[in-house]
Design a protein around this ligand. Structure first.
Ligand SMILES: [Zn+2]
Length: 267
């Protein structure tokens, strides 16, 4: 992968920014992770000039609505492109077993048969189990169960062709059992629900989320040089970057990224 294109940075209830999802660019192709909670994914892709015809690989982490409902739109629009003869090849969706049925069911309930007819024909599901490895766009992926107690969720580590390692442990605090997987990464994409100093207002811990301080401490301890924080509250977006950076700097000395929707980072 060459670039991280941030399509959304908000948590499930964010309305002033899109739900957290992102694309990674490799050559002319894009690998999408989650699709947010609606058709905002289409605008986010359009804003980045990412054509649907260049998306052949999508990873879906879990079934919560802020990650999966955009998939119904991706299915609909990519199937439309297939029907028009504009889309080459197949769409590959990587997810855990239960998600296959959920994505199919949501799509079948909400979009027409002429779209869902492509399931298992040109829209292909690849079930990933804990520890499964795959080559995608020339990079080496290892998928893992993040160990959520809320909803079965998967994340992944990538060892890129160029040697860069990146870890994405989903939208929960990185569980202790995952540390050996995440260790040695140059990039960690982690959730941070809010500032530690605002924990009483946003109550991250009761929602199984972490704060900027928590994520920064973890990245510092693991000596990870690049940390991206997202999946945040959206109550003061104009100052989010400034405020989160100020708190994070106290605990983390690597490159701290608090992206806005639409930011692009190079690996
Ligand atoms: Zn979420």
């Amino acid at each position: 992968m060459e670039k991280l294109i941030v399509l959304g940075t908000g948590n499930a209830q964010a309305v002033h920014c899109y739900n957290t999802c992102f694309a990674m660019k490799k050559g002319e192709e894009y690998f999408l992770t989650d699709a947010g909670g609606g058709n905002g994914i289409l605008l986010a892709l359009e804003n980045q000039k990412i054509p649907l015809e260049r998306i052949h690989h999508i990873f879906v982490s879990h079934a919560h609505n802020d990650h999966i409902l955009g998939m119904v739109w991706m299915v609909r629009m990519i199937a439309t492109s297939m029907n028009k003869g504009a889309y080459e090849g197949s769409l590959h969706i990587y997810c855990h077993q239960e998600l296959v049925d959920i994505i199919k069911a949501l799509s079948c309930l909400t979009v027409g048969k002429k779209f869902t007819a492509h399931f298992d024909e040109r829209i292909l599901f690849h079930v990933v189990g804990d520890g499964d490895q795959k080559e995608i766009l020339g990079d080496h992926f290892t998928f893992f169960d993040i160990g959520s107690t809320k909803e079965k969720q998967f994340g992944y580590c990538i060892r890129m062709e160029e040697g860069v390692r990146l870890s994405f442990p989903g939208d929960e605090p990185c569980h202790e059992a995952l540390l050996p997987r995440v260790q040695g990464s140059q990039w960690l994409l982690h959730e941070a629900f809010c500032l530690y100093s605002q924990r009483d207002r946003f109550k991250p811990y009761e929602k199984h989320h972490s704060t900027v301080m928590d994520a920064c401490r973890l990245a510092e301890e693991l000596k990870i040089p690049n940390l991206v924080l997202w999946h945040t509250e959206d109550k003061d977006l104009a100052h989010r970057k400034e405020n989160y950076t100020a708190e994070g700097r106290k605990y983390y000395h690597g490159n701290l990224y608090i992206p806005e929707d639409g930011d692009v980072l190079s690996f």
